[in-house]
Design a protein around this ligand. Sequence first.
Ligand code: ADP
Length: 311
Amino acid sequence: MKALSIRNLTKTYANGNQALKGIDLSVDAGDFYALLGPNGAGKTTAIGIVTSLVNKSSGEVEIFGHNIDRDIEAAKICIGLVPQEINLNLWEGVQDIVMNQAGYYGLGRKLAHERTEKYLRALRLWDRRKDVARSLSGGMKRRLMIARALVHEPRLLMLDEPTAGVDIEIRRSMWNFLTEINNAGTTIILTTHYLEEAESLCRHVAIIDDGTIIEDARMSTVLRKLQREVFVLSLSQALEQAPTLDGFETRVLPDCELEVAIGPGHTLNELFQQLSERHIDVVSLRNKANRLEELFMRLVQNNQGDGEEAA
Ligand code: ADP
């Protein structure tokens, strides 16, 4: 069973912006799927169409077999949405917000109460149930939006940049929570800027760039394309020029740092051995945090390369 099936979906906004140029996506029930891409790629537009907030220009969308053109109410019931922007009524109480959403989906009062308590507890907001949303921290507001999206227990949860601006501790606890509900059977699709987030959570990933899907594969397959890893080494002494190392590209950075790209088949051990032979002392090392950009660049280049060959 497909949780989501999108065929040849296009969106051109009234100002002529072509946000989606004919995308196809297919998400299995039970999957944890990432829609990854740079700013302006079209991720929010795609989510907006699936959740009926944005009208598509053309194409087909089915949610658990319900076509959004013919069966919108049935499709909507299957979905819970956590939008990117905080869209809570800030003057409303925390518990009331979730209860009202339950009412919107037609849950009886008793069930609405049970579910509200269940999700507010799960998202560590039960103690704050009487407070108005305005008094919550940014991370709590985001968790409240997740509780609100889950109260009717949708089969498909869509989250648009769920952890943007959320600190690392809360981000990790949200990841754990999402993993739990996915394990319990909810299909999850999220958009993110962070490769690390997709890598930690998702089994499949579609990468979207400029309104086009440029990759749609298992996470492990996509990560294998990133064979070249880049590290930044902090050295005890500054180097005047980059050392020439066999199997590694090097570049001198300011502040006694050296950037090293490790090609396929080469190891950190070899790198350290060669550095030590040259009496270069390494104090610490970190992974260069641009793997996502590197992945985009690689995929976009490959795509352009394919296009040129085909032309
Ligand atoms: P993402 O979520 O990947 O950052 P969006 O779907 O928000 O991308 O945007 C895709 C493109 O559509 C961008 O060029 C953006 O400027 C444009 N866009 C988004 N919303 C609107 C709108 N309401 N009117 C016109 N253009 C829009």
